[in-house]
Design a protein. Structure first.
Length: 961
């Protein structure tokens, strides 16, 4: 074929770009079975070598003129590939013959590319029967056949008759004269020409595989379908046991069917199937097999093949019986009787009339096998007349089984785990040439390895086989690891990521996230500030990096929604940025909108061997949520001899009986704090991370005293001075009024709770309420209540239960009423308080005296309020309150105001004394005996009055001693 200049340029370009993309699927020159809509899904998988690829893309070309196929120009088949492997697909590819191009792209820049020269969507046939289907030799015992002039007619040239050896990986190619179609074809036979005619009929490529068996009878096929022993009627021996059949190769009971089944489970599972082409009947004519027996045998084989491969596998039955110079209408009639289009059993050609008796030279010299020059073209034409548009429109093709998707999990810097889906009946991991018969490296659905290139063969319950994409483990590790040390700060957009996902299209390196294409973002600008480095993502994105532990001490980045997002997105959508170290959450941003202020992330990552950047949506909106990790970088620790600062503000934050909790303000360092050493009584007991600034000492008892210390260390091991404090545990104390009964139906609060912060509860007793936080108690019932105060700061070792009792009783039945004989007195005067008696179950008590008498004398020293109570246990019924006013002894300026200082009837004399002036505007009523004494003046203002019957005097004299 003459190549156009365009094709030549493309090939040269791809040769230049091609680095290490290796294609696992599809196979070059393979034909994959089209479905009833004349389409197929084209699986595309393989490995690549260039780091930082953000997408794998593919396209289909017309191999004649190099033009792209409409709908299948460059398209992303996998976003954000990692670990050096990829798997995607083109869906619903129309039947045809194509060139496939694959490339890896980094944010719009092509990294590497490769092409699969030819791949087809067309029809796939498996041949079964005897020698006139399998192919045979000419009169000189040489295999013969008709080559195809079309590259669209292909097979795997690996026909090996009477063998149970495993097949190698298929290498598909054009059918030539001496091509031996696998599994057992002797030569191309009529299939090169038939393929051309099928291509001419459909316009699509075609593949043939051949599992015929020379000399086989329908009984051979039926018996061997169940794994039984069966003899070749021409050798008289177990089928395939004769040296002329096996040529020294190992064979097994179960042939010829087992070889046919292996072909279905292998080739037709890999590529799909249009139909089985059945050419068999001559040997049954030799044995005079009845029509019913023939139909029973072949029906059994058809049903068995459908059970062993696919339940609706179409068959095409040729009508053949010619041998020993004659045909058999019994056999051909039986074959015709098998045809049932609704059961996907279709009519094939009638070839008995192609023989030396009717067409000279159409068969060999024994008038049995078709000749190359005359017979084979007629045989191909006969088949072609039945593989016509009607057949293709009514047969239901079987699509190829989908290869298992392999995933690669990073274990450590030297190991990965390869995994394919569970649910298959068997697994076989292979390397080398990847053939199923190669050495086995594992038989489960996962394999952990350190080097090499592997694929996994999977087998279904009925024996169908498929193979995964290959994974180059060395390459996977190379594309995941970022070295064991650092010598400079590193931007994350320059580091290899071990996994990545994004909510819209690929992640973008040094660009914002545009839409679904690769490289369609813009330059990074946040709040007017441009950044040459960074990562653009959408919501629901995750990127994970493996980094050398103990090398990079900080992760720093500016985060926000890129400025290229419209301000119509202000306060719409919203995202949260998160940073993980070794799957521990290290940082969570506030909700960020397009109009949110720029945020800086500055987190210590020194102790971590992996970091993961995640953006989660608050409100899902792929238009507005274009997030950016701007200037995202790791800072390399390049030597440090500066000690960190000591911690500050160390104090006990929670002192309990079994535990003491401490808090402090973080230390600082010129690079980064690595963590803190914790000391108890001068002995180091723990090391905690730099993010923690609190600690709880457990295992203590009431009254223990400890010295608690904290020392900071930085990421390279420099240490601060130790800061210490000495603290003692507490004794639990819960005090109400005392250890006695309270009044029923009243509320009580504890007067002392040590330590605070515990939880109150009632353990047993009558109905009551006890506030769990304040300890406020109330009950309408009398009785004894067992209560509990639990100390618990969230640490089980600190938890402690402390029981106490509260009792309630009915209150006294009498309420005391008190009076006083002198409500206003001079200092040193004696007054008498009087009360009625309490009931017999309670005791009278006074607020100012320990006496329990109903009449008590008392000399007050200042104005005060006085009361009594009937007391029963700790239950009190209180009297009225009485105020006794004690006049000042000698004030400098004494003012006696109306109303407040009016004197009603009194029986006791009163002296008002001042060392300077008395000013009076009050009134005095009868029976009072009052004297005003002042050193300098007594002023009786208007409004002052003394009624008749009052003893009143006023003297200018010094205060009495």
């Amino acid at each position: 074929m003459k190549l156009s200049p365009k094709i030549i340029i493309l090939l040269l370009l791809f040769h230049k770009l091609s680095a290490q993309i290796t294609v696992s699927h599809p196979l070059n020159n393979a034909v994959y079975q089209r479905n009833s809509a004349s389409q197929a899904n084209l699986i595309i998988s393989g490995t690549y070598s260039q780091p930082l690829a953000t997408s794998v893309q593919a396209r289909l070309l017309n191999p004649t003129n190099g033009s792209a196929i409409s709908g299948f120009d460059w398209s992303i088949i996998q976003e954000n590939p990692t670990m050096g492997y990829f798997q995607g697909q083109f869906s619903n590819v129309p039947a045809g013959w194509y060139t496939l191009e694959i490339r890896t792209v980094k944010s719009g820049t092509v990294l590497e590319a490769v092409s699969v020269n030819r791949v087809g969507i067309g029809d796939v046939f498996m041949i079964a029967g005897q020698s006139n289907g399998q192919g045979y030799f000419d009169n000189s015992n040489n295999p013969i056949g008709l080559a195809s002039a079309s590259e669209k007619v292909v097979t795997h040239d690996y026909g090996v008759y009477c063998s149970n050896q495993n097949f190698p990986m298929p290498v598909l190619g054009q059918i030539f004269e001496l091509t031996k179609p696998s599994t057992a074809g002797f030569a191309s036979w009529c299939y090169g020409r038939l393929g051309e005619q099928v291509v001419n009929t459909t316009g699509f490529p075609v593949a043939f595989f051949n599992s015929g068996a020379s000399g086989s009878t329908s009984d051979n096929w039926k018996v061997s379908a169940d794994g039984g022993a069966t003899n070749n009627i021409f050798t008289g021996q177990q089928f395939c046991s004769h040296p002329d059949e096996n040529n020294g190769r190992p064979y097994s009971i179960g042939l010829p069917y087992s070889n046919f089944k292996r072909g279905l489970n292998y080739y037709n599972s890999l590529f799909g199937a249009r139909a089985v082409l059945w050419h068999q009947g001559e040997s049954d004519k030799v044995q005079n097999v009845t029509a019913s027996t023939y139909q029973s045998n072949v029906s059994y084989v058809i049903n068995k093949s459908r059970n062993d491969f696919s339940s609706s596998l179409p068959w095409v039955i040729s009508r053949v019986s010619f041998i020993d110079g004659a045909a058999s209408s019994i056999i051909t009639g039986a074959q015709t009787g098998l045809i049932n289009n609704s059961n996907q059993i279709f009519a094939g050609p009638e070839t008995d009339n192609i023989n030396n008796n009717t067409i000279a030279g159409s068969r060999d010299n024994i008038n049995l096998h078709f000749s190359k020059i005359v017979g084979m073209p007629l045989l191909a034409d006969a088949w072609s007349s039945y593989l016509n548009p009607t057949f293709f429109n009514t047969s239901n093709p079987i699509s190829a089984n989908t290869p298992p998707t392999v995933s690669v999990s990073y274990v450590n810097s030297t190991q990965v785990t390869l995994t394919v889906p569970s649910g298959y009946s068997s697994y076989k991991w292979v390397s080398g040439d990847f053939s199923y018969g190669g050495s086995t490296f594992g038989t489960s659905n996962s394999l952990t390895v350190s080097s090499g290139t592997y694929r996994c063969w999977v087998t279904t319950a009925n024996g169908n086989q498929q193979i995964s994409s290959q994974v180059n483990v060395n390459q996977a590790l190379l594309l995941a690891n970022n070295g064991s040390s650092c010598t400079a700060n590193a931007y994350l957009s320059d580091l290899k990521f071990v996994s990545a996902s994004n909510g819209l299209g690929p992640i973008e390196l040094n660009k914002t996230n545009g839409n679904s294409a690769d490289g369609d973002g813009s330059a990074i600008v946040l709040k007017g500030q441009s950044y040459t480095k960074g990562i653009g993502v959408s919501n629901n994105s995750e990127i994970k990096y493996q980094i050398p532990s103990g090398q990079y001490y900080k992760f720093r980045s500016f985060i926000g929604i890129s400025d290229d997002v419209s301000n119509a997105c202000d306060n719409i959508g919203g995202v949260v940025f998160k940073l993980y170290g070794n799957e521990t959450l290290l940082y969570t941003s506030p909700i960020i909108y397009r109009n949110s202020a720029l945020q800086e992330v500055n987190i210590n990552v020194f102790a971590y061997s992996s970091i993961r950047l995640k953006v989660e949506p608050v409100g899902s909106n792929t238009t507005c949520n274009r997030a950016v990790w701007a200037d995202a970088r790791l800072l390399c620790s390049l030597g440090d001899n500066v000690d960190p600062s000591p911690v500050t503000n160390l104090a006990a934050s929670n002192t309990l009986t079994k535990c003491i909790s401490f808090q402090w303000t973080h230390a600082t360092d010129d690079q980064a704090i690595g963590g803190y050493y914790i000391y108890k009584d001068g002995i180091k007991i723990d090391t905690i991370p730099d993010t923690q600034n609190s600690y709880t000492i457990t295992g203590l008892s009431s009254g223990n005293t400890i010295q608690f210390g904290v020392k900071a260390f930085d990421i390279v091991g420099n240490e601060s001075a130790t800061v210490s404090t000495t603290v003692s545990t507490v004794n639990v104390s819960i005090v109400y009024l005392g250890e006695d009964y309270f009044c029923v139906s009243r509320t009580y609060l504890p007067t002392q709770v040590i330590p605070a912060g515990g939880t109150f509860s009632i353990v047993s007793g009558p109905a009551a309420s006890l506030n769990p936080t304040t300890g406020e108690f109330f009950s309408n019932n009398t009785g004894l209540f067992l209560c509990n105060y639990q100390i618990n700061n969230g640490i089980p070792a600190c938890s402690q239960d402390n029981n106490f009792y509260i009792g309630t009783t009915t209150p006294p039945t009498i309420t005391p009423v008190i009076s006083v004989n002198k409500p206003i007195v001079n200092l040193d005067s004696i007054v008498t308080f009087t009360s009625n008696a309490c009931d017999g179950a309670s005791t009278l008590i006074w607020s100012f005296s320990s006496s329990n008498a109903t009449s008590v004398q008392y000399s007050p020293v200042s104005t005060g309020v006085y009361y009594a109570a009937c007391k029963k246990n700790l239950c009190y019924v209180y009297s009225n309150n009485i105020t006794v006013k004690v006049l000042p002894n000698c004030s400098s300026n004494l003012v006696l105001a109306p109303t407040a200082d009016n004197l009603s009837s009194r029986i006791n004399p009163l002296n008002f004394n001042s060392s300077n002036i008395i000013t009076a505007t009050n009134t005095i009523v009868p029976n009072n005996n009052v004297q005003y004494n002042a050193a300098n003046a007594i002023v009786l203002n208007p409004g002052f009055s003394v009624d008749s019957g009052v003893k009143f005097s006023a003297k200018i004299q010094n205060c009495p001693n």
